[in-house]
Design a protein. Structure first.
Length: 299
């Protein structure tokens, strides 16, 4: 059974884009994934995104993706929304992933802009519509032109918002002006997909976060959003500023790399990375320790 949701917060407020734990030999660590999912929910997440970029989805098979969804849903039950990444630059493959995620028990789908192909806006519209048509699950768009090469233009977002199952957008565009217009015109539930902009996006109408640093500082993210919702702007700003070194440190290189390094240091399930991602160097590890310590996180 899916957790309780509202039109304003269809996937909760604080979601972590979860890494995919692997065993020492590089295979999917189902037990580790369940333990990590439970840990993240216990820390205050009311949603988890699996099989996203932070979950190394470009390197996991269709079967591994379905197994991971099934395992995480089993681990957290109705305590958190489990949103499954179900989009590639191949629409037919994406539809297959969406249906497999639904069959595995996902509560929602995350659909990223098709990368590398650089389709026109009409292609984006048809791609996302096909994914939304494939199942009965609610869909969160994922707008990240820095990775995909193509933004979802405001007019396209407004068109897509007319689909009854497209209910939210994860915004990693880094443009508060365009976010403001798209949010106001589309009526979609807006989620920050850029941790450094969590508070600024709340200020223009976002309802929550899909976070990478949630692996490390979920209680702070929960306190930040609670302060904002209660009107305590000063406290929300203080938390945001406290976390600036964490935001910076976790993204000095690819976020999966730093996240798995932190989880391993904390004794939590993570395991190795799959190529082309590689482990931090000794110098990078020390810099990460300094960054996190400046934000109040000790490794």
């Amino acid at each position: 059974m899916a957790p309780t949701s509202t039109p304003q917060t269809p996937f909760g407020r604080v979601l972590t884009a979860m890494v995919t734990p692997f065993t020492a030999d590089g295979t999917l660590d189902i037990d580790g994934a369940q333990r990590l999912a439970a840990h993240l929910v216990d820390a205050g997440n009311d949603g988890l995104v699996v099989n996203g970029t932070t979950g190394e989805s470009p390197t996991t098979s269709n079967a591994e993706k379905a197994d991971l969804v099934r395992a995480v849903v089993e681990a957290v039950g109705d305590r958190a929304h489990v949103v499954a990444g179900a989009s590639t630059n191949d629409t037919r493959h994406s539809v297959e992933l969406a249906r497999a995620a639904a069959e595995a028990g996902a509560h929602g789908l995350l659909a990223v802009t098709p990368y590398y192909s650089k389709p026109p806006q009409e292609g984006l519209y048809r791609h996302f519509s096909a994914i939304a048509d494939a199942t009965d699950l609610p869909v969160m768009l994922y707008d990240i032109p820095g990775r995909s090469g193509v933004p979802i233009n405001t007019e396209t977002i407004v068109r897509l918002a007319e689909h009854p199952r497209i209910v939210a957008n994860k915004d990693a565009k880094g443009d508060l002006g365009r976010a403001s217009w798209a949010l106001a015109r589309s009526g979609l539930a807006w989620y920050s997909g850029d941790d450094m902009l969590n508070l600024p996006l709340l200020s223009v109408g976002a309802v929550g976060f899909v976070s990478v640093v949630g692996h490390v500082v979920t209680p702070d993210l929960r306190a930040l959003i609670d302060a904002h919702l209660s009107g305590d702007v000063t406290k929300a700003t203080e938390i945001h500023q406290k976390l600036l070194p964490v935001f910076t440190g976790m993204f000095r290189t690819q976020g999966v790399i730093t996240t798995k390094a932190v989880l391993t240091a904390q004794g939590l399930p993570a395991g190795p990375l799959r190529l082309p991602l590689v482990e931090l160097s000794a110098e990078e590890t020390e810099q990460l320790r300094r960054d996190l310590a400046a934000g109040g996180v000790q490794l």
